[in-house]
Design a protein around this ligand. Structure first.
Ligand code: CMC
Length: 436
């Protein structure tokens, strides 16, 4: 991790009008000041010092990172410096996983070793199947997946030794390898079907599709176009810097919890409809709208704040999400095999109206990654309950890269924000019989 040097970056002068005192604060990395530098700004010696108030961390950098670069204004996304468009076009998911985790694209030998390692770790302990059997038949796949990842921490107690880099490497490989297996087992439980064990001669995504959709001894050969489309979708979802779930991963990881427990927490953050659960919410929204005739009334509802246009808007992107553009292109290839998803027309009409309407234009609301992903997933045969799971599998790579970076960063400490207390002043306990 590079030093946060201050040389040549200039300073910021602050005048406290309460006291008339002036302070000079170093500017780092272009436009950043250290929040702790504000602490010296005090009215008197007993004063705690100035803090920054930032609900939702909208303007707070929590880390220096080398993993993912986003320019939200220009719609740019790069992993380790390489544009997402090039990776989606020319790479494979496991190659991108290596890039994100290790910082460089692998040589052929490194790639062979990595793919072999991941393939050899795909099996899970048989007791995990008993865990799935404990869930009701209609349990949501994401709820089951979160529980099973958390349970893995009890199978690998040595994972607690998070300061040992070799040990971390083993747990990272295990997690990347086992996520599709756990996800498929959750799905098979939901469908009341026996599990299909991993097949080592298949690729990462082909093996996942096989574990999901193969029935008994009948041969199932996933269509190569769909395998490639899923690989591209996995590449697009592999990391997205300091979003809600990556932040959850880092916050839990900062207490030195094992990676299985931290990852279960990150997955829980992803599950919400404002984050990775949005693809599922988009499908429900499109089904509810039902036909092109209902689109204008729905848009009116959004503008009157009775509805939210799910799959639109982003904290960082104020331009078209580059992942949404790639997904739109990939969907054409998928629909040639599967037939067109009828919900696509509704989505296209929503986008057309929204991109012309001042409500959306003035707020820079564009389709995000979740707007079109669900439509492809549905066409490929994935049930809606599996959509956030399909996000969690590739994002595991990003979460783990962020977790490693955190543990190797000497500036990081246990995450512990401050608050502004606005509750009651001190008051006496009132016995029950005297309470009104
Ligand atoms: N539909 C209608 N209005 C919206 C939407 C939307 N989808 N998103 C934002 N707005 C409005 C919002 O009401 C606000 O208007 P005003 O300033 O008049 O009150 C303005 O736009 C700014 O929105 P915000 O909620 O302050 O923005 P945020 O950065 O806090 O939230 C977001 C970002 C992604 C949570 C939000 O845009 C949203 O809820 N989108 C729908 C859910 C969604 O698609 N989530 C997936 C995000 S991308 C993938 C991922 O992270 O997993």
């Amino acid at each position: 991790m590079a030093d946060s040097g201050t040389e040549g970056n200039g300073t910021l002068s602050i005048k406290d009008n309460r006291t008339g005192k002036e302070y000079e604060i170093d500017i780092l990395d272009g436009d950043v000041i250290r929040a702790m530098d504000l602490r010296q700004i005090k009215v008197n010696d007993d004063d705690f010092g100035m803090m920054a108030y930032d609900p939702g961390f909208t303007n707070t950098a929590s880390t220096r990172s080398t993993v993912t670069y986003i320019d939200g204004g220009k719609g740019i996304l790069r992993y380790r410096g390489i544009p997402i468009e090039q990776l989606a076009e020319r790479s494979s998911f496991l190659e991108v996983a290596y890039l994100i985790l290790k910082g460089e694209l692998p040589t052929q030998a490194e790639s062979d070793e990595f793919v072999h390692d991941i393939t050899m770790h795909t099996y899970v302990h048989e007791n995990i199947i008993d865990l799935f059997d404990g869930f009701r038949y209609d349990a949501h796949a994401m709820g089951m997946l979160i529980s099973s990842v958390s349970a893995l921490s009890t199978f690998y107690p040595e994972a607690k030794d998070v300061r040992d880099a070799d040990n971390r490497g083993i747990q990272i490989r295990r997690l990347v390898a086992k996520m599709p297996t756990l996800a498929a087992f959750a799905y098979r439980h939901h469908r009341g079907l026996p599990v299909i064990y991993p097949e080592n001669e298949l690729s990462y995504t082909a093996n996942f599709l096989n574990m999901l959709f193969r029935i008994g001894g009948r041969d199932y050969t996933p269509d190569p176009v769909l395998v490639r489309a899923l690989d591209v979708l996995f590449i697009l979802h592999a990391d997205h810097e300091q979003n809600c779930s990556a932040t959850a991963m880092r916050v839990i990881g900062s207490s030195e919890a094992d990676p299985y427990s931290a990852l279960a927490g990150a997955m829980a953050a992803l599950y919400g409809p404002l984050h990775g659960g949005a693809n599922e919410a988009v499908l429900h929204m499109l089904s509810r709208i039902g036909s092109l005739d209902n689109v204008p009334a729905f848009i009116e509802g959004v503008k009157n704040r009775e509805e939210r246009l799910m799959g639109f808007g982003h904290r960082v992107y104020k331009a078209y999400d580059p992942r949404a553009s790639i997904i739109k292109k990939t969907s054409e290839e998928v629909f040639e095999i599967t037939g067109r998803n009828p919900l696509l027309n509704i989505a296209l009409e929503l986008e057309r109206i929204a991109l012309e309407d001042d409500f959306f234009v003035s707020r820079n609301l564009y389709p995000n990654v979740d707007f079109y992903s669900g439509i492809i997933y549905q066409a490929m045969g994935f049930p809606v309950e599996l959509f956030s799971v399909l996000f969690a599998i590739p994002r595991t790579v990003g979460w783990l890269a962020q977790w490693e970076e955190l543990l190797e960063d000497s500036e990081q400490r246990i995450a512990r924000p401050r608050q502004i207390y606005v509750g009651s002043d001190v008051r006496d306990f009132v016995p029950m019989e005297e309470r009104g």
